[in-house]
Design a protein around this ligand. Structure first.
Ligand code: ATP
Ligand code: MG
Length: 246
């Protein structure tokens, strides 16, 4: 039986003559926490953006429960409510309160009533510890708090998978922990997550699958225990030596 949520098959992406992703293959199953690691420019964000259809793949297929999302006529709007995304730069709506940020997608895309959207938003804001800040605007709260709101906003859509693109990279060091701790809790609750990260401890200790990218290809992937303790490729070994030595 094929229980995969996402199947990435022979995915390639070029910008003009620059091929940024080459023949990418991996599968996401329910409850998987997959970390995507690799040097700057290796194509991690482009891969995530292809999965969320913010970029159109040049070749290959992305199957969501077996349905090809790159097919003509596929509706990206409904799909994005099932495959949520959390960005490095939060991307909150600055003119809305914390609570409104977590309601707007539910009302506009999921067509929920305001009362229902509010109740649901409160549930997830409580989960990330941001319930006391519902009337604040994004600029009035810290970066770590903004990112926790962004996570609550994504969760309020009740997605099947959450994509994270370096969710802690824009944060001051003292705020990284609070966001990682929310993500760790989500993983423990069985949330399916695809996480681009430079946090090697998270990749090693929280995820159950790690994908190492180099120059647009998957150089190595597997169980983090194997990849981190016994990397097979020289490039993986060099990358990990650089990052783990810090
Ligand atoms: N819209 C675009 N147009 C042209 N080139 C692009 C575009 N987006 C990304 N690229 C190029 O694709 C390559 C991969 O970029 P990408 O942002 O996916 O890397 P990354 O692994 O996420 O890097 P980082 O760790 O710095 O975030 C880079 O060479 C980048 O310049
Ligand atoms: Mg990136």
């Amino acid at each position: 039986m094929n229980d995969a949520i996402l199947e990435i098959q022979h995915l390639s992406k070029s910008f003009g003559s620059h091929q940024v992703l080459k023949d990418i293959d991996f599968t996401v199953r329910p409850g998987d926490v997959t970390s995507i690691i690799g040097a700057s420019g290796s194509g991690k964000s482009t891969l995530l953006r292809c999965v969320n259809l913010l970029e159109t793949p040049s070749a290959g297929d992305i199957l969501f429960h077996g349905e090809n999302i790159t097919a003509r006529g596929f509706n990206p709007c409904q799909y994005r409510s099932k495959v949520g995304m959390v960005f490095q730069s939060f991307n909150l709506f600055n003119n809305m309160t914390v609570l409104e940020n977590c309601m707007v997608g539910q009302v506009k895309v999921l067509k929920k009533s305001k009362a229902e959207a509010k109740e649901n938003a409160m549930k997830y804001l409580e989960q990330v510890g941001m319930a006391p800040y519902i009337n604040a605007r994004p600029r009035q709260i810290s970066g770590g708090q903004r990112q926790r709101v962004a996570i609550a906003r994504a969760l309020a859509m009740e997605p099947e998978v959450l994509l994270f693109d370096e969710p802690t990279s824009a944060l001051d060091p003292e705020m990284v922990g609070e966001v990682l701790s929310v993500m760790k809790d989500l993983a423990a609750q069985g949330m399916t997550m695809l996480v681009v990260t430079h946090e090697m401890a998270f990749a090693r200790d929280v995820s159950n699958h790690v994908v190492f990218m180099a120059d647009g290809v998957i150089c190595e992937q597997g169980d983090p225990k194997d990849v981190f303790t016994n990397p097979k490729q020289i490039r993986t070994r060099e990358f990990l030596a650089r990052f783990m030595g810090e």
